[in-house]
Design a protein around this ligand. Structure first.
Ligand SMILES: C[S@@+](CC[C@H](N)C(=O)[O-])C[C@H]1O[C@@H](n2cnc3c(N)ncnc32)[C@H](O)[C@@H]1O
Ligand SMILES: O=C(c1ccccc1)c1ccc(O)c(O)c1[N+](=O)[O-]
Ligand SMILES: [Mg+2]
Length: 214
């Protein structure tokens, strides 16, 4: 039977990356996506911006919306301090299955909790199920029409505190116009755009970093 792209991406990790070495996993995926098959990981160019924001925030609690194969999950978790935790949400079981194996290859199971299911259902359960008070950093990278409703849900569930950072991928391509309008015009956020390119291409894209002001 024909393999899927996530399966081929996982095989490229198992073939080319060193077990327990997260940066080699990131490198192997970027090489696979540049040389063999494009895939919707945040990628190496926007990934460097992601790295700098993660290092600056030094978060203890991170929420990622949209795991896919775990590329950005591993990239973020590899920069977290010892007792920090990253919760990542993925509602496609086939993608989740691959991501668990990529995360295991990187040796980051202890820092990452992959939760299978839709963000709209799981965000309201964060406090009771995972003992989360608030998130220091949220990486939004799931379907683009969910960025705004899930941001409002995070606010309503009291999961953001003064200084929480939202970092959103793809605000230009494919684009998240309603989200962008909200975080750029709401008095409750201070936003900044980081110009870049759609992963593995020359098409313009960028990340929007928004600080919740409480
Ligand atoms: C662009 S991919 C994530 C890429 C990943 N962040 C990276 O950079 O490696 C988007 C993922 O979000 C998942 N997704 C979309 N909407 C979702 C939702 N409401 N809840 C959970 N997962 C969702 C999709 O199944 C898909 O795997
Ligand atoms: O929506 C797409 C998309 C649309 C059409 C074909 C392939 C992907 C996409 C493209 C780049 C991204 O960084 C990304 O996060 C996504 N996504 O699905 O969430
Ligand atoms: Mg993206």
């Amino acid at each position: 039977t024909q393999s899927t792209r996530p399966q081929r991406l996982l095989h490229a990790v198992q073939k080319n990356a060193t077990r327990g070495d997260p940066r080699s996993v990131v490198k192997a995926i970027d090489n696979f996506c540049r040389q063999k098959e494009w895939a919707m990981n945040v990628g190496d160019e926007k990934g460097c911006i992601l790295d700098s924001v993660v290092s600056e925030v030094n978060p203890v609690t991170v929420l990622e919306l949209g795991t896919y194969c775990g590329y950005s999950t591993v990239r973020i978790a590899s920069l977290l301090p010892p007792h920090a935790k990253l919760i990542t949400l993925e509602f496609n079981p086939d993608y989740a299955k691959i991501a668990r194996q990529v995360i295991a290859w990187a040796g980051l199971e202890d820092k990452i909790q992959l939760v299978e299911g839709p963000s709209g259902e799981w965000i309201p359960k964060m406090k009771e199920q995972f003992g989360v008070k608030t998130f220091d950093l949220v990486f939004l990278d799931h379907w683009k029409d969910r960025y705004l409703p899930d941001t409002k849900l995070l606010e309503d569930c009291g999961l953001l505190r003064k200084g929480s950072i939202l970092l959103a991928d793809n605000v230009i391509c494919p684009g998240t116009p309603d989200y962008l309008e909200y975080v750029r015009n709401s008095p409750r956020y201070k936003s900044q755009y980081f110009k870049s390119h759609l992963e593995y291409t020359k098409v313009e894209d960028g990340l929007e970093k928004s600080v919740f002001l409480g």
